[in-house]
Design a protein around this ligand. Sequence first.
Ligand SMILES: *Cc1c(COP(=O)(O)O)cnc(C)c1O
Length: 522
Amino acid sequence: MSINASGWRPEAPISGGKASPTTTGNKALMLEEALIFEIGDTTTTGVDLVEPVAATSRLGDLARTASIGLPGLSEPETVRHYTRLSRQNYGIDLGFFPLGSCTMKHNPRLNEKMARLPGFADIHPLAPVQTVQGALEVIQQLAHWLVTLTGMDSVAMSPKAGAHGELCGVLAIRAALEARGEGHRKIILVPESAHGTNPATAAFAGYSVEDIPATADGRVDTEKLIARLGPDVAGVMITNPNTCGLFERDMRVISDAVHAAGGLVYCDGANFNAIVGRVRPGDLGIDAMHINLHKTFSTPHGGGGPGSGPVVFSKALSPFAPLPFVEKTDDGFHLVEEETAGEHHAGAFGRMVAFHGQMGMFTRALTYILSHGADGLRQVSEDAVLNANYILRSLDTTLDAPFGGSGPCMHEALFSDENLADGFSTIDVAKGLIDEGFHPMTMYFPLVVHGAMLIEPTETESKAALDQFIVALRSVAERAKAGDVSLKSAPHFAPRSRLDETLAARKPILVWKDPGLAQAAE
Ligand SMILES: *Cc1c(COP(=O)(O)O)cnc(C)c1O
């Protein structure tokens, strides 16, 4: 295949090997782009570097003898290469992102403005504490609001994502049990309606996981859960609202029973945007819960930025929370980096990270909280729930809604592949949606539903945006119900057509090999 430096490949195939309708492979503004290894050249560079002064290598035998072979491009070619690739990407600033459980919502630009203030953006984690008092105050204020909104006792700010926060919470539970001399409690109960990270976390922390089945209405089977409690159970991990998009109404009863049996209660609070301002987890008897700042409090994620998963703790677990903490005294803000005997951090189980957590996300989340205020945050959860119910009721006559009869949903609507034509499944609907210009919903999760399609619209979508999505999904679903075979090879209009995902998973090609060298070797 001939490739010139600008990536122009005359015979480049598009869409899964089908011949391109154009000579270039480009389709108007949608430009084909080759790999940088295919278009770059080891002798090209965007910068002029002075020849290095000859020096004796101290690497001995370890010194590299062959060229490293990294491709180079000129500066304008580099800019175009990455800009073209970025245009083949889908993001929240481009369109609706219905991924269930992911809370892909608009990231307010005010947050970005605040996070870029040099006093926050340009500081170093090792800067002397007296020079970063403002940053510490941001961490302390955000901590205050997270504790207030959840009705809990304390918060560990450092975990860097939801799953990292889960590990933090379970390690605190383990430390509390060991401090009580009950380290022999080795089982964590996890309902089927919990997020997949919950059992993974419990197992990673050294616990055995036991499933608790869901009831026919999509909630945890409270009776079965209570019946399983005993002296070998360390605690439970419950996602609330759960991954069927439903509120676990028995939470208080469950917490009381777990406590009475000597266990502790972990709540996966990633979906806190469905209840913020309405329900305080502290009132439900929860001992530890992570909050995804990158979901509930609108900080960017999914390629747009790192996550942040602070964990709030009950009074019982607070002594075991990890370091560091920011504390305020009369002479300013301090970082507590070590356990202090007899003080309230005496039992800290250790640290989750080297420094203090995701400062940029703290600034954004605090901006979001303060700019919304108490009434605004309550409206966030109301709108999130209203939007999800609008989707559920607009589509439940087209698609099967397995828990549609269980009353209103919370922040996400769940459908199954039940009434699609024979041979058609959720993946066909998802791929058809790509042709309609939408990111697919969460697929085949939760596992309690066959061919699950989990849709979370979030509160930041307008009714007009929801209506467009509903029309698109309804039309694709109707095609899948009618057995329209063209859907089986969708997407047809994306830069690449249907990929062989099984082959990609089983035999991934993770390293680019120079086809010239490969040929020479043969
Ligand atoms: C997103 C999510 C998680 C994991 O959070 P990460 O930040 O991706 O690690 C856990 N539980 C639920 C319910 C979630 O939606």
